[in-house]
Design a protein around this ligand. Sequence first.
Ligand SMILES: Cc1ncc(C[n+]2csc(CCOP(=O)(O)OP(=O)(O)O)c2C)c(N)n1
Ligand SMILES: [Mg+2]
Length: 1010
Amino acid sequence: MTVKLLVPDIGDFEKVEVIELLVKEGQQIKKNDPVVTIESDKSSVEIPSTFSGKIESIKVKVGDKVSKGDLILNISNSNQSSSTSKVIPKDTENLIQEAENALKKTQEHKPQIKKKEKPEIIQVVKGGDIDPLETNEWLESLSAVIEKDGNQRAHYLIKELINEAYMEGVNIPYTQNTPYINTIPVNAEKKSSGDQNIERRIRSLIRWNAAAMVVRANKKFPELGGHIGTFASAATLYDVGMNHFWRAKNNKFGGDLVYFQGHSAPGMYARAFLEGRLNEKQLDSFRQEVNPGGLSSYPHPWLMPNFWQFPTVSMGLGPMLAIYQARYMKYLINRGLIKDEGRKVWAFLGDGEMDEPESLGAIGLAAREKLDNLIFVVNCNLQRLDGPVRGNGKIIQELEGIFRGAGWNVIKVIWGSYWDSLLANDKTGHLVKVMNETVDGEYQAMKARDGAYVREKFFGKYPETNELVSSLSDKDIWRLNRGGHDPHKVFAAYDKASKNVGSPTVVIAKTIKGYGMGKGGESVNTTHQTKKLDIDDLMYYRDRFDVPLTDQQVKNIEYYKPDQNSPEIKYIKEKRLQLGGFIPERTTYAKPIKAPPKDIFDNMKVSTGTKEMSTTMALVRMLTNLLRDKNVAPRLVPIIPDEARTFGMEGFFQKIGIYAHEGQKYEPEDSAQLSSYREEKSGQVLEEGINEAGAMSSWIAAGTSYTNHDIEMIPIYLFYSMFGFQRIGDFAWAGADSQSRGFLIGATAGRTTLAGEGLQHQDGHSHLLASTIPNCVSYDPTFHYELAVIFREGLRRMHEKKENVFFYITTMNENYSHPSMPKDKSCEEGILKGMYKIKEFNKYKKTKIQFLGSGAILREMIAGAEILQKEYQIDSEVWSVTSFNELRRDGLEVERFNLLNPDKEPKKSYVEKCLGKTEGPILAASDYMRMNSDQIRPYVNKSFYSLGTDGFGRSDTRKNLRKFFEVDKEHVATYGLSILAKEQLIASKYAKEAIKKYKIDTNKPIPTKL
Ligand SMILES: Cc1ncc(C[n+]2csc(CCOP(=O)(O)OP(=O)(O)O)c2C)c(N)n1
Ligand SMILES: [Mg+2]
C-alpha cells in the first residue's frame, strides 16, 4: 500500500525552505533514513522517513517552503508505522512497572510505627550524653547487626532511622563526617601480596634519587628550583600504585590513566631511572630542557611526548580533566567505540590544590554519572606552599564531608598500622576524641618536633590517653605512623577503591610533608620550597631510609642504582611486567581518518543567491553533511555547553542523540517534534550544561583519544566566543600541551555581530588570545566557502596527517548571502595562508587603496570600497583576510630567516607576496581590536592603517555598533579618503566632505574611553 510521509511537527516554524533532497524516486529506503533537509533562518535539519519502502513519488523540490502536515513523499510499503503514532521510549514501560512494584513493596514492608505523644517539656542539655545507658543499648544493637547481617544492613537501618526522625519532625542536619579514623577497619583490610622488605628498599632508593636530582641540579644552577618535600610525602602512595595497581597500555589492554601531581615529577623520574628508562645524564638534566634529552620540570606531554600523558601542574586542572577523562571513557564504551576493560582513571592531588574551585567544581558530575572508573587520591600532608592548608580545622574531614555530600565513595587513610593496637585499646573512646579535637596546625607542629612533644601535647590532653601510651617510649610514640606512609593501609585503600562499583572513589590519605627530611624540612612551613639539602641533612636522609651509600658518596650526592641482577631491580621490573608495562608512557596506535572527499563541501562553494545565512548556520549545515560521511560521522564528538539552540544545532538531538549514561528515563515534553530532546546511552552529542571548563575538559579528552584510547576522534566544541579562551584559557594551554587535535568554534563571534547582548558577551580579542598558543591555528572566515576550505584542511592536517595542532575558527550569527568561491586557483591556498584578493575596483585607474577585511567586517570593507568607487572614483583592491594570526606567524619566520641569512637572497613573507606590488596605502580592519590586524604591520613596507573594535562592548543594533566602533562602511570609506589625503594622493577636502556627509562626529572620544 501507499503511505504518505508528511512534514512532522517542526516547532514554531512555518514555511521552511527545502534545501536538499536526499533521496530519489524509485529508491528503497529504511525507516529513519533522512529524506530531505529543511532550513529555517536559524537552523537546518533533516527529516527522517517514518516508513520503510520504495519511494513512489517526491512531492517537494529544492526551494519549496513547507509547513507541518505538508506532503513530502509517497512510499509504497508493506509494514507501516504511522508517523503520528506515539512511540513510548523503550524503557518507559519497564520503568513504570518497576516503580509500581517498588511502591507495592515499600508499602508491604514499611513497619507501622506507632506515633509517640510528643513530650511536652523539651529538655535542653548542654551537649553530652543525657543517658549513657540508653546510648550503649543502641550501640550494642548496632554492633550486633553489623556482626550478624553486615555493613550494608547497618547502613540501611541508620538511614531508616534518620528518615523516620525527619518524618517525625526531628530535623537534625545529617552529618557528612565520620570519626577521624580510617574508613577501613583493620579486620577488613586486604593484605598486599608484595614483599614489603624489598618494596621498602626500592622506595628508599626512589626517594633518595628523587631528592638527589633536585639537589644536584640546584647545586649546579641554583636558579633551577624543584621540589623534594612533595614527593617525599607521597612516595608510598605512588609506589603501591606502581607495584600493584596501575596497569599499562599494551596490545592486550588499554591501560589505566594516571594523572600525577605536577610537582611530584622528580619521583616519577627517579622510578623510571631504576626501571632503566632514564639514565644518569637525563636525571642530571632535570629542569634543563633546552638541549635535547632534558627532563621537564613538570608533566608536559609537549616536551616529553613519549613519557608524560597529562599536564597537571597548573593546580585544579588535573582533577577536572581526570573527571571528564573518566566520563569520556564511559562515553566511548557506551558508544561501542572501545571495549569495557575495567580501566581506571587515577588522579593524584594535593590537599592545597583542593582549594582551587576547579578541583571540586565537577565532583557532582562524577557522582551523577556513577564514574566508578575514577579514583582521586588526595595527599593530605596538611601543608601547601606557605603553611598549613587548614591550620585551625581539618582538611581531611572537610574533604570527606564535601565528597560524601556529592555522592562519592570516601576512603580515609589517616593512621598507620602502629596505631592499630592503641585504637583497639581505646575502650573509653578518648583517643578518638583527641584525634577528633586536634586541629591540623597541631598535627603539623607535632611532626616537626619529637616523641616527647607528641606525648605531652597530644596524649597528654586526657589522663585516659596518657595512660594508653604509658608503656611506650618517646621513640615508640614517634614511630606511630600516618596512614599515607603505611603501604599496608594504602594497599587496602586502593584495593577497595578499585573494586568499588557505582560511584567514584576518593582516597584521602594523611601524610607528612617532607617525610624523612628531618631538620632539612620535615613538616615545617618552608618545606615546599626546600630544594637544597646540606650534607648533614643528606646524611640524615640516607640513614633514615637506609640507602646503601658511603659518606663520600653522600657528599658527592651520587645516585644509587643497584645492579641489573639485584633483587630490587628484578622486582621492580617484574612488577611492571605483570602490570603490562611502564607508566607513565605516551604512545599512539590510532589509525588516521581519511579526510572526506571535496564534494562533501561542494555545495558550500556555490553562491547562496538571495538566501541569507550566518557562518554558524553554514557550519552546522556542513556538520550535517559530514554526518553522512561514513568515515567521519562516528568520530565526530559535538560538544556544546547548553547553547545548541543558540547555534541552530537542535537538529542534532534527534539525528545523533545526546549522550546520557543511563539513557532517557522520561518522555521529553517535545517528544512529538522533529528536534525533540533525545537522550540516549549511545548518544553522540556531549551536552555539557553551563560549564565551559567541563566542556573544554571533554574536548581535551576527545582530542587526545588517539593516544589515551588509540582511536582518532574529532571533537568539535562550539561556544560563545567570549566564553572561550578568556574563560578557560588555562585549559586551552593544557589542551595544547596535551597535543589535543580538534576544532574549537567560537560562535557568535566578534564585537559587533552579537547585537543586543553587549558587554561580557561581545568578543573583541579571542583571536589575540588564540595567537598566543603556538599550536593553535586560528581563522576568522566571512564566507561559507572559506569555512569549508578551512574545515576540510583541519580534518586533513589533524586527523589524516596526525599533525599536533588544533583549529580555532570563529563563526558569526549575522545572516547574509554568500558568494561563490572565486575561480582563481590560488584562492584555496590564500584562504589557508591567511589572505586572498576577493574583489578589485579598477575603473578609474587614478588613485588606489588596499582594503584588508576579516570576518564580520570584510563585508563593510567591500561596501566601503564600493562607495569610494561610485562616489569618489577611487579604485581599490579588497582582500579577505582569513587569519591575521597565520599571516603574522609566516611573517615572523621569514623575517627571522632573512636576519639569520644576511648573505642570502631575502625570502618574501606571504603578506609581502600579496601586497608588495600593489598600489596605494593599506587599511585593515576586523571585528576585533586593532592589535589583531596590526600584527602584520611589520611585514608590509607600505603605509598601514587599521580599524578595529577596541573598547568595552555594549548592546545595540549591528549597524549602530559598527558606527560606534567606526568599522561600518561609511567609516571605512571616510577613513580611506583621509588616508589617501594624508598620503597626498587626493586633496583633503574629500575626506572632510565625507566626514560631514556621513555625520561623523570628530569630537567623539575614541571608543576605548567610552
Ligand atoms: C594554579 C596554580 N597556582 C599556584 C601554583 C603554585 N604552586 C605550586 S605547588 C603549590 C602548593 C601546593 O600545595 P599542595 O596542593 O598541598 O601540594 P603538596 O606539595 O603539599 O603535595 C603552589 C601554590 C600552581 N602550580 N598552580
Ligand atoms: Mg599539601
